[in-house]
Write a protein that binds this ligand. Structure first.
Ligand SMILES: N[C@@H](CCC(=O)N[C@@H](CS)C(=O)NCC(=O)O)C(=O)O
Length: 209
């Protein structure tokens, strides 16, 4: 199977990490989703990375559906609990982390537009979601080291991918001061082999007008 990614994408990184944690063999292909000739614009109607291309040509998107597929393909180590309450909790946290990443991507794009047409209101609106999302994640984690019963789950992976993306795009944004517990979670996640080899790297984005 082949995973189409972009190197800064927190959504693609989630999947790249899950594949490595589950030791599933795959090939990675880097795409530029913002480029007019991107691969994903031809294979995903939404034109977004990540897309998983199976050996029989079947395509799967988005990141959370790919991860659900991988969980059924190789259950161990389980990253989405079977218990209904735990499962909803973990998926809800994943949605929260992904939503923060969505807002961060929108700010990044806005800042790539010509300065005179950038909207500060729009940027502030997205920043409010990021701040509130981080506060909610921090409250959910509380004094625990991981979100779910001290077992690694997609909640931890999604959260650490989003926070890593914030560090990449907004190095001056100090989210750690008010969320020490998330800072500790990120530090411990970044020590895993799967995180070390998927560190986000900036790609060119064409100016959007
Ligand atoms: N909900 C999607 C979000 C994916 C996403 O937003 N990917 C961005 C890169 S980080 C993208 O490819 N955007 C291209 C576009 O919106 O045209 C997922 O979880 O896979």
């Amino acid at each position: 199977m082949k995973l189409i990614i972009a190197t800064p994408s927190p959504f693609a990184r989630k999947v790249r990490i899950v594949l490595r944690e589950k030791a599933i063999q795959f090939e990675e292909q880097v795409d530029g989703p913002w480029n007019p000739n991107s691969i994903v614009s031809k294979i995903n109607p939404l034109g977004k990375v990540p897309v998983l291309v199976l050996d029989d040509g079947e395509m799967i998107y988005d990141s959370s559906v790919i991860i659900e597929y991988l969980e059924t393909l190789r259950y161990e180590p389980a990253l989405i609990p079977l218990d209904a309450n735990q499962r909803i909790k973990v998926r809800q946290i994943e949605v929260l982390a992904d939503g923060i990443a969505d807002a961060a991507v929108l700010i990044t794009l806005e800042k790539h537009r010509i300065e005179k047409i950038q909207s500060l209101d729009w940027i502030n609106r997205q920043q409010t979601k990021i701040d509130a999302g981080i506060a909610a994640l921090s409250k959910q984690l509380g004094r625990s080291l991981l979100f779910c019963d001290d077992a690694l789950s997609i909640a931890d992976i999604a959260t650490a991918c989003t926070l890593g993306y914030l560090d990449l795009r907004f190095p001056d944004y100090d989210w750690r001061s008010n969320a020490r517990n998330l800072a500790n979670l990120t530090t411990s996640m970044e020590k895993r082999g799967s995180f070390k080899v998927t560190k986000p790297v900036v790609q060119d984005i064409a100016i959007v007008e």
